[in-house]
Design a protein around this ligand. Structure first.
Ligand code: SIN
Ligand code: FE2
Length: 216
């Protein structure tokens, strides 16, 4: 038997709760994967991935770009949202409609209606790249959730509580998995363990993550 039999069926989505206000929607982004990756190519042709420097002077192992009205940036002076790409001095590329639709529908599926993202951080991980434990707290208003879409190589996502001292749980995020956190989990500490090497049919030795926020 081949999997061709199932090619026309919608991808089944199961929801796994991480904490009150936080869930993984398994496979939620898989159906539109080719279109999402095409849009990532278009955005990053205009606003290429770059390795930002933290205020402490450390160069991040994750390559970052943005689309939407606001983009998340870091440099020696701090973290912030900026309407302009500091590399080009131009506005960030517009958020593709397919991104916005996916983020809205994932948020709604997780119980957060009327999510309208104005920022999408695009993270590119190569083997060994990691993101240390942090809170997403540069946004103006914490009433909107965070929606995070994983594509390509699987990663181990660390998801804790609002207290940094609580040991985070580890979850495998595969291609098309979407995590939504908001409400009581909005300020939960989270991060990504060093990416294990591998080969993904669409992305090769790479993981892409789209993180949607209401920043402004
Ligand atoms: C992030 O916290 O900005 C990204 C998380 C991820 O790559 O899964
Ligand atoms: Fe984050």
């Amino acid at each position: 038997m081949t999997t061709d039999l199932f090619d026309d069926l919608p991808v089944a989505v199961t929801t796994e709760s991480l904490a009150p206000g936080a869930a993984v929607l398994r496979g939620f982004g898989r159906e539109g994967d080719a279109a999402l990756l095409q849009a990532v190519e278009e955005v990053t042709a205009q606003a290429p991935f770059r390795h930002l420097v933290t205020p402490g002077g450390y160069t991040m192992s994750v390559g970052m770009s943005n689309c939407g009205a606001l983009g998340w940036v870091s440099d020696r002076s701090g973290y912030r949202y900026d309407p302009l790409d500091p590399l080009s001095g131009q506005p960030w590329p517009a958020m593709p409609a397919s991104f916005c639709e996916l983020a809205k529908s994932a948020a709604a599926r997780a119980g957060f209606d009327n999510f309208v993202p104005d920022a999408c951080l695009i993270n590119s991980y190569e083997p060994g790249a990691r993101l240390s434990l942090h809170q997403d707290k540069d946004e103006k208003d914490y009433s909107a959730p965070i929606v995070s879409v994983s594509l390509g190589l699987p990663a181990v996502f660390l998801f804790g509580t609002v207290r940094r001292s609580d040991k985070p749980q580890r979850y495998r995020l595969g291609h098309g998995d979407v995590v939504v956190w908001g409400g009581p989990a909005r300020l939960a500490y989270h991060g990504v363990a060093p990416l294990a090497d591998g080969e993904h049919p669409l992305l090769g030795r790479r993981r892409i993550n789209l993180t949607f926020r209401r920043a402004g």
